[in-house]
Design a protein around this ligand. Structure first.
Ligand code: NCD
Length: 308
């Protein structure tokens, strides 16, 4: 019988136990980097990025290189045969013969699922349109675990573009599996969390949440404040984007009454939504979050390639 290939398309493809194990491995990698430097000798990761990226693509590549493997790929659709009219299905079918594992980012929601159906090797969703971004969520979970020690009993403020922000969608799906989680959903009316997530994730699992457009309303209750960029590339007209892009700007003043152990997160890139003066605040964890991305992706590659 043919072996079943494990993909990561949605964060819920991983059980909570598997997430705990990945975090444990990532922490072990952080403490004993040399132990892992030849685990993927002879293996190849392909990065197929049909949309811009800095952190996700480079942290995947860094992860594979730090494991002793090699990388190949492209960072824009225009430099691949997509520009000649090749379908995603054909591209993936071919590349899966060139690599042992594929990380892909695509502007279309659901594209990684199509890719997985055509691939002979594991597919990792590195962001599909305004839908999901499971490996950013793994990065976020590692950061939360390192900062808060537990995933339970947290009040989590999610601020900015909750409509198109795929990191938000995956993070809600992940955190909804833990105990006593409360979400504070902070967005302008036009960028509210989509109904399908409210109904199928929050309501269905009886998760406590409030919606507000005022970032100060619950500031003093938050354990985590997760800021996001307004997703310019998903807007149909520029006027709407310009009107909404600076709706929230976190600065020092806004943090005066926040908890002393608040954890301020952002998947990056930031535009204006966090003033650089916040970077020196001990509670700002977004650069740690970006560094953590490499280690959790190393752990994920090891898991999907079934390297012991
Ligand atoms: C995020 C993304 O691509 O969705 N970036 C990332 O992967 N760190 C967030 C964003 O682009 O705003």
């Amino acid at each position: 019988m043919e072996k079943k290939i494990r993909n990561l398309i949605d964060i819920r493809d991983l059980s909570t136990k598997e997430i705990d194990d990945l975090i444990e491995v990532a922490n072990d990698i952080i403490n004993h980097k040399e132990k892992y430097s030849h685990k993927c000798d002879g293996k190849i990761l392909a990065t197929l990025f049909f949309e811009p990226s800095t952190r996700t693509r480079l942290s995947f590549e860094s992860a594979m290189l730090r494991l002793g493997g090699k990388v190949l790929g492209f960072s824009e659709a225009s430099s691949s045969s997509t520009a000649k009219g090749e379908t995603l299905a054909d591209t993936v079918c071919v590349v899966s013969g060139y690599a042992d594992i594929i990380a892909m980012r695509h502007p279309k929601e659901g594209a990684p699922m199509v890719a997985a159906s055509k691939s002979m090797v594991p597919i990792i969703n590195a962001g599909d349109g305004g839908h999901n971004h499971p490996t950013q969520t793994l990065t976020d979970l590692l950061t939360i675990k390192r900062e808060k020690k537990s995933f339970n009993n947290l009040t989590i403020g999610l601020c900015g573009d909750l409509k198109f922000g795929r990191t938000i969608h995956s993070l809600i799906a992940a955190m909804s599996r833990y105990d006593n989680i409360k979400f504070v959903l902070i967005s302008p009316d036009e960028l509210k969390l989509p109904d399908y997530i409210i109904n199928e994730v929050l309501e269905k699992n009886n998760i406590s949440y409030v919606e507000t457009d005022n970032m100060m309303e619950y500031m003093n209750e938050l354990d985590i404040l997760y800021m996001t960029r307004v997703q310019k590339e998903r807007f149909f007209n520029e006027e709407d984007y310009l009107r909404l892009k600076d709706y929230y700007i976190l600065d020092k003043n806004k943090l005066i009454n926040a908890k002393k152990d608040l954890c301020i997160m952002h998947p990056l890139p930031r535009v204006n939504e966090i003033s650089p003066e916040v970077d020196n605040d001990e509670r700002a964890k977004y650069f740690e979050q970006a560094y953590n991305g490499v280690y959790i992706r190393m752990a994920l590659i090891l898991k999907l390639l079934e390297v012991k």
